[in-house]
Design a protein around this ligand. Sequence first.
Ligand code: URA
Length: 287
Amino acid sequence: MSEAGDALRNHLRARQEMGDPELFLAAGGRRGFLDLARESSRGPAEVEDSGVEARLSREGTTEEILALPVMDAVRRVAQACTRCGLHATRNSVVFADGSADARVLCVGEAPGANEDATGLPFVGRAGKLMDRLLLSVGFPRSEVFICNVLKCRPPGNRNPLPEEIESCSPFMLRQVELVCPEVIVAFGTFAAQTLLGTRESLRRLRGRTHLYRGFPLIVTYHPAALLRNPGWTRPTWKDLQRARAIVDGDLDDTPESRGAADTTAASTDAGDAGPPSDQLTLGGHDG
Ligand code: URA
């Protein structure tokens, strides 16, 4: 069964165990299901959050992180994390920016110097460009959830190590589960390849909708790459229009709807006018 199928089965079982044997999935298809899943993954408002850390083993195992009931608990556990060596050199744990109610979840690679200093993701020049790109398709930063694969800065911005990715991934996975987004946007090769567990190039991964744990995921250029290659702005904008169309319910070309065997790039009728240039004036090199 697909990951979305697994999620649906688990959800229905949970509802049944809660004494709700007669569950009707309202017409609404994937969106209706996602709304139900959002409700159930967050649990009741009065969910017991206090004392969560006291019940964890010293570093928090993967299973314990994945069982954390609310985003605040995940944040607190991440803030104290020593699961990999990056804790020794970080100034801040860069957990995320945005609300757990967001419909769009954006994932980058790892914090840089600005993020390490402020504790917030994507706050440098690349982040400002990302904000403008998202806004150009109707996603103000205040309405999206932004995080990175790694929550701590690799010294000197070196590439993340496999063991760092493995240690940190449960936090991102739990973030995704708790936000339950309608679409995930992976910015850059690293985020895309890590989330999708592939070595395929960005070029091949763009232009179609993937699934991450049952959630639609689209891949686009990293905004820092756009600062170096402004010619990639328009393709990025088109990728983000795909995300917009998924949220608007105008596009369902997930692997499920295409059929499991179909891995070809699906075309999108995203329009050809190009991004509004006043919103996307580019600066120079990222540094
Ligand atoms: N690049 C990233 O991938 N993430 C950030 O938070 C900042 C720059």
